[in-house]
Design a binder for this molecule. Structure first.
Ligand code: CA
Length: 235
């Protein structure tokens, strides 16, 4: 049987890694293995697995640091993480959960229990097509926008402009490029109208309005660092 889910297992104890990989394969999962924190983090960013099994005591970066970095990055923050811990690491586990890990399982664990936890975590994973930067989230299926969990009312044009900017954070778009990317060649929105629509988006975003920056002499860009606090920047 094949369920096509891709799982990244970051575990430095090779015998445990081997048993987990064997059982995941047998259950139809695709598996990628890493034996230290840093390569695990890089593989997560490269492959965007559906779920990560993350040991706590690891060489290079430990599991807590890997978890914190994954949860601080908008591209990886929605990947469910199950921490694998030794019984003596209970205190670390609490820290892991506060960093955003979804679940933990204490060694030694049965493979049946591990598979059951994986199923639950995968089911919890939101299946909607969303684009998220910090606390600002676009639901691309429903054309809805939320900020800090609260609904933001945007017109379709405003939504498309915001989506285009958020899809390439940091990139400066000219007004013409924005119209073309967001609305297509047939659009009746002309250059100077973009400013009106952007003003509309900013008004709706309120305190988060500066997530859309004006780039003088060019146009606009989405500032991906807008939601970063000094403490998350330090990670
Ligand atoms: Ca370990």
């Amino acid at each position: 049987m094949s369920n096509h889910h891709h799982i990244l297992c970051i575990e430095d104890e090779l015998d445990i890694q081997e048993i987990i990989a064997y059982n995941l394969h047998k259950s139809g999962y695709r598996v990628t293995l890493a034996s230290d924190g840093l390569s695990g983090l890089n593989l997560a960013k490269k492959h965007h697995p559906d779920l990560i099994l993350l040991d706590i005591m690891l060489p290079n970066l430990n599991g807590m640091q890997v978890c914190a970095q994954l949860k601080a990055d908008t591209k990886t923050q929605s990947i469910p993480i199950i921490m694998l811990s030794a019984r003596s690491e209970e205190a670390d586990v609490i820290g892991g959960l506060s960093q955003g890990a979804d679940d933990y399982i204490t060694k030694p664990f049965s493979q049946a229990e591990l598979l059951a936890r994986i199923k639950v975590a995968l089911r919890r994973k939101p299946t909607t097509n969303t684009l998220t930067i910090g606390s600002l989230s676009l639901n691309l299926d429903g054309y809805s926008c939320s900020l800090y969990g609260l609904s933001v009312k945007l017109t379709t044009t405003e939504f498309k402009l915001l989506h285009t900017l958020m899809a390439q954070p940091g990139r400066a778009f000219s007004r013409e490029q924005l119209i073309l990317s967001a609305l297509g060649e047939q659009s009746e929105v002309v250059d100077r109208n973009v400013d009106v629509h952007i003003r509309g988006v900013r008004k709706q975003l309120g305190a988060a309005a500066s997530v859309i920056e004006t780039v003088r002499g060019v146009g606009y860009r989405c500032n991906p660092n807008h939601f970063k606090t000094p403490s998350s920047e330090a990670l």
